[in-house]
Structure formats: structure tokens, C-alpha cells
Design a protein around this ligand. Structure first.
Ligand code: 5GP
Ligand code: ZN
Length: 146
């Protein structure tokens, strides 16, 4: 399923590094390398498709279900005031990596609403956030109420 030039396919295949938080047979979550806010996560389907317009239902539902669990884990791990869940389709909409993905962006009161970070995150902080969010996620999955 991998597309040779796609950075997220390389990450899914283990051919490029990332700070992994969770994976199963359909989806992978890892820290955004250039975070908008501390704890910025990405969720990507393992299957390659460019955007929402080409998505298959199984991948989509796996991404959305994981987004809820990860939002809870992120809230418990880092305690942001709010969490933006964003997903950009096409360059005109701001998409820069053409492998469908969902952003979970921690937001605090007063933060400007931005979709892209300005600089690379500190690797030690990314690793620490991945560890803390994964630890909270492990308490949620399974089971998930309601
Ligand atoms: P988009 O603009 O397509 O919605 O978002 C792409 C996101 O992927 C950006 O927030 C960018 O920082 C992130 N990103 C791009 N390349 C890499 C990478 O190699 N590793 C990680 N962890 N994130 C990446
Ligand atoms: Zn891909």
C-alpha cells in the first residue's frame, strides 16, 4: 500500500523515524514534528490515500474512533483548555502532506488559531509527550464508556 515518495508511508513502514503514541492494524498516531502547540498529535491511516475525498470507510472510522480516545488521553496527560481536531484537504486548504491525516492540536485560552507550527519541536519534549499520552491512552483502551 506504501507510496514510495510519501513521508507518512515511510513512517508507517518504519522507514522514517517518529515519536509513536499508538498503532493497530489500520491506524498510527505520532507526535507532529513541528507542533502548533505542546502535545500536537497526528493520526494517519496505514493505507495510503491522499485526502478525505478518497477515504475508505474502515480507515475513516478507525481514525475518528482513535481521535476520541487520544483527545481524552491528551487532555489527561497535558491538560490543555481545548483540543482542535483538524483535517486539511488539498493545497488550497493548507494540506502539505498528501496522505490523509487528522490533527489533534491542544489549545489554551488566548492562543492564536494556527494550523501549522513555525519550528521543529524539541525531540526530548516530543518523546516525553508521546510517552505521557501513550500512558494515559493505555488506561482508556479498553474499555471506553458510552
Ligand atoms: P497538513 O498541512 O498536511 O495538514 O499537515 C502536515 C503535518 O505533518 C504538519 O503539521 C507537519 O508538521 C507534519 N509533518 C510533516 N513531515 C513530518 C514528519 O516527517 N514527521 C512528523 N512527525 N510530522 C511531519
Ligand atoms: Zn502515504
Amino acid at each position: 500500500m506504501g507510496h514510495r515518495e510519501c513521508i507518512f508511508c515511510k513512517i508507517v513502514a518504519g522507514a522514517a523515524p517518529c515519536h509513536r503514541v499508538f498503532e493497530d492494524d489500520r491506524v498510527l498516531s505520532f507526535m507532529d514534528i513541528q507542533p502548533v502547540g505542546d502535545g500536537h498529535l497526528l493520526i494517519v491511516p496505514k493505507a495510503h490515500f491522499e485526502s478525505l475525498l478518497e477515504a475508505d470507510d474502515a480507515s475513516l472510522s478507525a481514525v475518528v474512533q482513535l481521535s476520541r480516545r487520544l483527545a481524552l488521553a491528551l487532555k489527561r496527560a497535558l491538560g490543555p483548555d481545548g483540543i482542535g481536531v483538524h483535517q486539511l484537504n488539498g493545497a488550497a486548504a493548507g494540506q502539505t502532506v498528501f496522505h490523509y491525516h487528522m490533527h489533534l492540536i491542544p489549545r489554551n485560552h488566548g492562543d492564536p488559531i494556527a494550523f501549522h507550527g513555525r519550528k521543529a519541536g524539541d525531540p526530548a519534549r516530543l518523546a516525553e509527550n508521546a510517552r505521557r499520552i501513550a500512558a494515559e491512552l493505555a488506561r482508556i483502551v479498553p474499555p471506553l464508556p458510552g
